[in-house]
Design a protein around this ligand. Structure first.
Ligand code: HEC
Length: 266
């Protein structure tokens, strides 16, 4: 090969750029890192432990457990750093689903929630399946400490099996005579009887609508077509149930889930 000045120049240019690349590499350590895009974490409130201290001495402790049909959840979406907190609000005997949402930041042992006010919660524990958040209020000599225990909900996992008796009949329909279908559907005649649980189940599983061309109350093949579901979720049916209030979105979802799981008498 004959080295002309031109090819020499090219050769040196080449060497020079290799050297440059080397310097750049050692300086900046060019390692390809694909940014980790975290998924969304759905935390379901499991229990609340409230402790009252006076001058550092524990006076009282109470634990509240949240059942399967409790809608209290904390959603942390790492893609846009947004959170959503849902909770059951009770007001004058009526319950409805409330929520707050906004941005969140995790810094050290603190979780900051920004939505109007900034809330700072201490992260007591955070593992793959357990999250414990603490907030406290100091009032003179008294310290009130609230520890919320959350469990990770795997939304891709199979939904828990809904029980007709303990997730629908007891808490929603009946509730010791104070439920959302009482007193209108109790056992003293009049409307369709939804008391006791077996009667309610039989009426619903075998029944068809009086008001809407014989549509079955329960349709496990097309759950959303079930007249029972439409009665509680769709404002356009002739008689919305209950007529004087509404079920919470979580209660409505529980009914739909129960139907889609085969509407069993469980
Ligand atoms: C304030 C009283 C009241 C409450 C509370 C109430 N209902 Fe009713 N319900 C009625 C009346 C009245 C009818 C009869 C409407 C008609 O057909 O004229 C009825 C009818 C029904 C029917 C039959 C509808 C049809 O087209 O065949 C179902 C099913 C039903 N209610 C379910 C429920 C459920 C479930 C709840 C609770 C989540 C509930 N109702 C709460 C008063 C009530």
């Amino acid at each position: 090969m004959v080295l002309t000045t031109d090819s020499m120049k090219n050769y040196f240019l080449f060497l020079f750029s290799v050297a440059l690349l080397f310097v750049a590499c050692t300086k900046d350590r060019i390692i390809e890192i694909t940014p980790i895009v975290y998924p969304v974490e759905y935390w379901k409130k499991d229990s609340l432990v409230y402790t009252l201290y006076q001058g550092g001495v524990e006076l009282n402790q109470q634990t509240t457990t949240y059942g399967i049909s409790s809608p209290d959840t904390l959603t942390l979406s790492y893609e846009n750093n947004n959170f959503r907190l849902t909770f059951l609000e009770q007001n004058k005997g009526k319950a409805f689903l409330g929520f707050t949402e906004g941005a969140f930041v995790i810094e050290g042992d603190s979780l900051f929630l920004f939505s109007g006010d900034t809330v700072r919660l201490k992260i007591v524990a955070k593992t793959d399946s357990l999250l414990v958040l603490e907030s406290s209020i100091l009032n003179g000599d008294y310290l009130r400490e609230y520890r919320d225990y959350y469990q990770l909900l795997d939304i891709n996992a199979e939904a828990p099996m809904v029980s007709f008796k303990s997730d629908i009949y007891e808490p929603i329909f009946y509730n010791n005579g104070e439920g959302s279908c009482m007193p209108c559907h109790n056992d003293d005649g009049g409307q369709m009887r939804l008391v006791p649980a077996d009667m309610a189940y039989n009426e619903l599983i075998n029944g068809i609508s009086n008001n809407d061309g014989g549509v079955p109350y329960i349709n496990t093949i097309q759950p959303e077509e079930s007249y029972l579901y439409r009665l509680v979720s769709d404002g356009n049916v002739e008689y919305v149930m209950p007529p004087n209030s509404t079920l919470t979105p979580f209660e409505i979802e529980t009914i739909l889930l129960w139907i889609s799981q085969g509407a069993q008498n469980n």
